[in-house]
Design a protein around this ligand. Structure first.
Ligand code: UDX
Length: 437
């Protein structure tokens, strides 16, 4: 199939690369000339495991190319995917201006039948608006269909998620569009669910909200574990063994972050209110999430008494491991809060340092070039992201380098008993804190 993808961000780029890898001819479009130049020069502007290799392979095979022109993309493809950002507005609603602009631009260059597919996460009923907009600006009166095809990939394992998805959701009205979409996804051998457009759009918000709810659920349980002396990891194992619940997304921590969950939950709340059926349960999900960071900071304050002038190392800045993405990362908020309280914070992240240097919220922090350099002379270590590099560190060396061996583990990387034996004061989430044996 000949496919174009408008928007070469995380979703657009990974989707384009994977579509090319299964044999389609793909044109990735972006309105940022620097991004297109970077990609044309063979460089990949984001870190995502495996992505660079897939892109290089398919550019060499001439199945993947990059352009700044929507017209080029639309003219040379049967199916046009829209994968542009849908950022959050201050009131929680979604800014759909990028989608609207792209819809208008597509309409302006549409000369014959195309399937226009929305892959960006959008509020229910956006497909209807896209259709109306294209119809209005369709100068040549060309035929088209609008399809909703939400993307479920996770950062850090986006290529694997795209190549082996749990399901493909196709929201469409026209049989012809459904047939073409099925051809696009045939090589992926995943179950395909065909729905109407509104349902497909809702599936994305409902799925992400449910996952966030699962995280907030276990985080709320972690608070009860701390208050009662239970162990949240054991509780999560016990409830997760019920196949109806499942163990995934039951990892207690400092709360969810990233470019999707916070934005999508806020959007779903706003949509439900606009539809006159407020989804108040999700407000509690948000509250628990915010509270998780506050409780963690409280435990740091309680243990260190005052933060002013304390030398604190922070491991992990990205919102999750295996990405360089710092957007809506709880780790950044933690650093910024501790700096504001007068602590001397040194940060280290395996892939996030380049972007971290540009962040205003980290202006008051120092940057280390390795995890061990970060803990040199530290009075406490805060672990904010569960990178494998941290889990595999030699803790004896860490202890030797620290002035006082106190660890606040926001991701439950280590076993408390082992930490006590190694001589650490160790605080984690939803488990009793331990002191050196
Ligand atoms: C999410 C959805 O998983 C994906 O399907 C959707 O397409 C986009 O949003 P992503 O934001 O990339 O993906 O990462 P995810 O792995 O879902 O993690 C989101 C946040 O939740 C991270 O901050 C992570 O640390 C946190 N999390 C996740 C937990 O705190 N506990 C868990 O058990 C799982």
């Amino acid at each position: 199939m000949d496919i174009s993808i408008i928007g070469s961000g995380y979703v657009g780029l990974v989707t384009g690369a994977c579509f090319a890898d299964v044999g389609h001819n793909v044109i990735c479009v972006d309105n940022d000339p620097r991004r297109i130049e970077t990609l044309q020069a063979g460089k990949v502007p984001i870190y995502e495991p495996g992505l660079e290799e897939v892109i290089h392979r398919n550019v060499s095979a001439q199945r993947l190319r990059f352009t700044g022109s929507i017209q080029d993309g639309v003219e040379n493809s049967q199916i046009v995917f829209i994968a542009v950002p849908t950022p959050q507005q201050p009131d929680g609603s979604v800014d759909l201006s990028f989608i609207e602009k792209v819809a208008r631009e597509i309409a302006g260059v549409l000369t014959s039948y195309r399937v226009i597919v929305d892959k960006s996460t959008v509020p229910v009923k956006t497909g209807e608006k896209v259709r109306e907009s294209i119809k209005r600006y369709n100068r040549h009166g060309a035929e088209f269909d609008v399809v909703s095809n939400p993307e479920f990939l996770r950062e850090g394992c986006a290529v694997a998620d795209l190549m082996r998805p749990d399901r493909i959701v196709i929201g469409a009205q026209s049989e012809h569009a459904i047939d073409l979409m099925k051809k696009v996804y045939e090589p992926f051998m995943a179950p395909i669910l065909v729905t109407d457009i509104n349902s497909a759009e809702l599936i994305k918000h409902a799925a992400n909200s449910f996952l966030a709810l699962k995280i907030s659920y276990i985080n709320a349980v972690s608070a009860i574990c701390e208050a009662s002396g239970a162990d949240v990891e054991k509780v999560a194992d016990g409830i997760g063994m019920d196949r109806r619940i499942g163990r995934t997304f039951l990892n207690a921590g400092i709360g969810y972050g990233g470019s999707c969950f916070p934005k999508d939950i806020a959007a779903f709340i706003t949509i439900s209110e606009q539809l006159g059926v407020p989804f108040n349960l999700l407000k509690e999900v948000q509250r628990i999430n915010a509270d998780q960071k506050i409780r963690f900071l409280k435990s740091i304050r309680e243990a260190l008494w005052v933060l002013r002038d304390k030398k604190i190392a922070v491991w992990g800045l990205t919102f999750k491991p295996d990405t360089d993405d710092l957007r809506s990362s709880v780790a950044i908020e933690l650093v910024s809060d501790m700096v504001k309280e007068g602590a001397h914070v040194t940060v280290y992240d395996p892939k996030g340092m380049a972007k971290a240097h540009e962040m205003e919220a980290l202006a008051g922090a120092k940057f280390a070039s390795s995890a061990l350099e970060g803990v040199e002379g530290a009075e406490a270590l805060v672990i904010a992201t569960e990178w494998a590099e941290f889990a595999n560190v030699d803790l004896a060396i860490v202890k030797e380098k620290m002035t006082t061996p106190i660890i606040f583990d926001g991701r439950n990387l280590f076993n408390p008993e082992t930490m006590a034996k190694l001589g650490f004061h160790y605080y984690s989430i939803g488990r009793a804190s331990v002191t050196p044996h």
